[in-house]
Ligand binder design. Sequence first.
Ligand code: GN1
Ligand code: MG
Length: 361
Amino acid sequence: MGNLESILDRFAIEGKIKEVKPLGNGLINDTYKAVTEGNAPDYVLQRINNAIFQDVDLLQHNIEAVTRHIRGKLEAAGEKDLDRKVLRFVPLKDSPKTYLLDDGKYWRVSVFIPDAFTYDTVDPKYSCFAGEAFGRFEAQLADIPDTLGETIPDFHNMELRARQLEEAVAADKAGRLKDPEVQSILAEMREHMEEMCLAERLHREGKLPKRICHCDTKVNNMMFDAEGRVLCVIDLDTVMPSFVFSDFGDFLRTAANAVAEDDPAIEKVAFRKEIFEAFAKGYVKEASAFLTPVEKDNLPYGTLLFPFMQAVRFFADYLNGDTYYKIKYPEHNLVRTRNQMALFHSVLANMDYMKKYIASL
Ligand code: GN1
Ligand code: MG
């Protein structure tokens, strides 16, 4: 039995494993698909990156609470096909825990959702579906009885990301600061830093609440069925209390960009307004039940914040010598930074338009 098979064998799965192969393209965890023989479901095996998610027990506590709560709501609403509409994590054979610590590595297993698709780009119709789905996800979790912890403390806190950037600059671990391009990116980021920390200020003034958000609403973290309807939201590691801008902004950061976040052709980076409009419409429809005026009015700021925050995070990692995000070549994080800053400018040019559009909803 191979190593991955012997890990799977510790979980209470059905059927006999036929094959285990890599799955997806996440930047943080290692993910595999375990194909079983016969009628048993297939499974997703993941090694949790515990350098990044340092409290795996809290992480799985959050995920179990979230999936239990959503499953309960779907059941109460008489939904069928539950295993395609909410993730199900498999316990260990000898304990109710849904993760395994083996030789310093953390593993978990969930049921693979059959006949489901993820996309790296969407058209306006799918974008609207996605807006509804993330709005509904937040609405479903608005009355969760469990207390969820922050699996990465201050994950989307721009003030923290600003401090981490300045720490990376001060240490200059990879000796990359001497590059004139790096200097000019840094100057530009510093220029916008204060205005981008608006959410933290509003929160301190008691004007902006934290709610349970997904916090990694990349377009490919949503599963669709063959007809294009949303089945469920995946990649729940970062579900935690945050500002609604997290989910709104991060989806548009990925879906409304005309190219991928690491496309080196930055002249092709552009903010696709039709994707913004469709997503905003779907999201506001489902979220209007709980959104406050301050949250709604600042959705354009949230749209601007996420390319900026992501640029700062990629850039800090570049300065630190690429210790956080998986990279495929040495300049990868710099290319990502350029791309996200170009998107930031494209969104910035559309602020007035976005404000008018949101006000019209
Ligand atoms: C990471 O899990 P994955 O690879 O979808 C990151 C996100 C970033 C994203 C950028 C825990 O997401 O915050 O937006 O890369 N997740 C974590 O592609 O840092
Ligand atoms: Mg992902």
